[in-house]
Design a binder for this molecule. Structure first.
Ligand code: ZN
Length: 365
């Protein structure tokens, strides 16, 4: 997520526009990582804004992320069409940030079902407004507030099948609190979304770096040969470890500056040279290095603002006791008791709005 304003203005302009007849080359490059497994690598300054990818199975295609720009998403769909005529059945959004979801409508119009971790649906049309603050233009606001939301949400993950080809989608904490990876086991490829930035400084605006560091261990533990980042080139476990080390170094440098009593700007100035010495060559250093320091200082001080998670299915599911109670038409249902989970008896009445399911064999009473 960078140079967002310019990119999204371009996106908004493009989405109302038909593709030019002689469209230029796509704003990303395709890289084949295995049989039917492709990464679409965006450039740092291009309108695609991030990486995407797709997996071709026996009876369809699954797409991972949809770029920052609907025009780039259309280009991706066109590239998929050159490789296979099979339908795009699924799109997985790895997280809610605009550079990974702004082409959702392109794939939805092509018939795809869009899936994401529950928080992505909760945050996509609201949290994405924050990139502009109160200077947001009405057309940009309207675009964000009409982004195509996921049709299917999950808490921990979901398995997708393209015929016999299995794709594992799993959620992990660290980057936003609503991120997923897409694991194609038969090809040894993990699409990491923004849980992995290869030789690029990450966007930490929503991050919990402590959780992220252990998530990186989990992801390396997949033992895959290729890890596709949200930004940067596909990498290996060594690149994953280098990114994890960045988070470790950042936290250590910030913690040291805090214990030396520095705060705010002075803290940034104290930490920046250390990070510069080791990571100056990484992409987005200018864009994110300072805010990474500030945001990590907030995290360590316990003052960091993070998006509120959506209520999970587990906590939202009411526990409705099922009782095979027979009630005749016109007959008052009796009060009754049932055992609570702690072993005590709870007295309930079927007439007082309690969530009790009854077998009614002669209509309502
Ligand atoms: Zn991104």
């Amino acid at each position: 997520m960078r140079k967002t304003l310019r990119a999204v203005l371009a996106a908004v302009a493009l989405c109302g526009m038909a593709m030019a007849a002689n469209a230029p080359a796509p704003d990303f490059k395709l890289e084949k990582l295995g049989e039917g497994v492709w990464a679409a690598i965006g450039s740092d300054s291009g309108k695609a804004g991030a990486n995407a990818g797709f997996v071709v199975g026996e009876d369809g295609v699954a797409v991972i992320d949809t770029f920052e720009d609907p025009g780039a998403a259309k280009d991706l769909l066109a590239e998929i069409r050159k490789i296979t005529p099979m339908p795009v059945r699924f799109v997985v959004n790895t997280h809610y940030h605009l550079d990974h979801v702004n082409g959702n409508d392109v794939f939805a119009a092509a018939g795809a079902t869009i899936l994401a971790q529950r928080n992505v649906r909760a945050w996509m049309r609201t949290e994405n407004l924050k990139w502009w603050g109160d200077k947001i233009k009405p057309e940009v606001k309207a675009r964000v507030e009409s982004l195509k939301l996921p049709d299917v949400v999950y808490d921990q993950g979901v398995d997708l099948y393209l015929g016999s080809r299995k794709i594992e989608v799993r959620s992990y904490p660290g980057h936003t609190g609503g991120d997923s990876i897409v694991y194609v086991q038969d090809a040894g490829v993990v699409f990491c979304g923004d849980l992995f930035w290869n030789r690029h400084i990450p966007n930490l605006i929503d991050a919990t770096t402590k959780a992220w560091i252990s998530t990186m261990d989990t992801l390396v533990g997949y033992g895959a040969g290729k890890f596709v980042p949200g930004h940067g080139e596909p990498g290996t476990a060594l690149d994953m470890k280098a990114f994890q080390q960045y988070l470790v170094d950042l936290r250590a440098a910030v913690a040291q500056a805090q214990s030396a009593g520095t705060r705010e700007d002075a803290l940034v100035q104290a930490v920046l040279p250390q990070m510069q010495a080791k990571y100056n060559s990484w992409g987005y250093f200018k864009e994110f290095a300072k805010s990474n320091i500030q945001q990590t200082a907030e995290e360590l001080a316990g003052t960091k603002r993070r998006p509120q998670p959506a209520e999970s299915a587990t906590s939202a599911t009411p526990t409705v006791p099922y009782l095979p109670l027979k009630v005749r038409l016109g007959e008052k249902a009796p009060d009754f008791s049932l055992p609570a989970t702690d072993g005590s008896m709870v007295r309930l009445s079927a007439f007082q709005g309690h969530p009790v399911l009854l077998d009614i064999y002669e209509g309502f009473w």
